[in-house]
Design a protein around this ligand. Sequence first.
Ligand code: FPP
Length: 246
Amino acid sequence: MDSDLLQRLRLGGAVPRHVAIIMDGNGRWAQRRGLPRYEGHRRGMSAVREAVEGSVEAGVGILTLFAFSTQNWDRPPTEIGALMSLLRAYAQKEKRSLAAQGVEVQVLGDLDRLDDGTKSAIESIVRGTAGGQSLRLNLMISYSGRDELIRAARLLASRTLSGELTPDEIGAAEVEECLYTRGLPDPDLLVRTSGEQRLSNFLLWQLAYTEIHTSPVLWPEFTRDDLYRAILDFQSRERRFGRVSV
Ligand code: FPP
């Protein structure tokens, strides 16, 4: 660990309140070593630990990780099974240590599609970490940004049909109320690993003004220092939210 990076970050200005990460490159990491893709995901769990602990150290308030997309349901059943089993293992193994660090876990997405064992592991980690004050960790599972917006449109349509709202009363606040991230500020910083530069259907509404940092590192090799580098990069940006600088 490079403590100088953390020092520079603390002196560097505001730390992003909310960091979102597209954890990419597990498969490539494994393939380059002649290992099954599953090994890349398994190693990716240690990188999740690094990102969580690094966020706590740096003073990030919310960390949102893209752990399993709706599109990932189209992967081979063995890979889906392996990912679900890792999620269950993560929930069981990390619950105590996350609670001790003050990390509150939420799992967001279309959770109806998960098997019962995974659902109950998720319920247990959410319950066991409730009230944590140092970091809110959102694990996005069976999540797609477009599906989230369709779900919001349906909720708003039914509220309109029931007479609760008129179409003219629907604005940004009403849409945000219907998103999984309801009540949370938008991410200030999005990190994507493995050098790819795509949003891949992640948080399409919430990323409207988010700064993007792409890291060349494959996710299994991501460390807290890579997170600190992303935050230092963020601190060097000038955020204008569509306005001009003064
Ligand atoms: C993308 O790599 C990564 C995923 C689809 C899964 C992310 C899962 C983990 C990091 C492990 C478990 C997570 C938690 C929160 C316990 P890819 O397979 O698309 O890589 P590739 O682009 O190199 O093929």
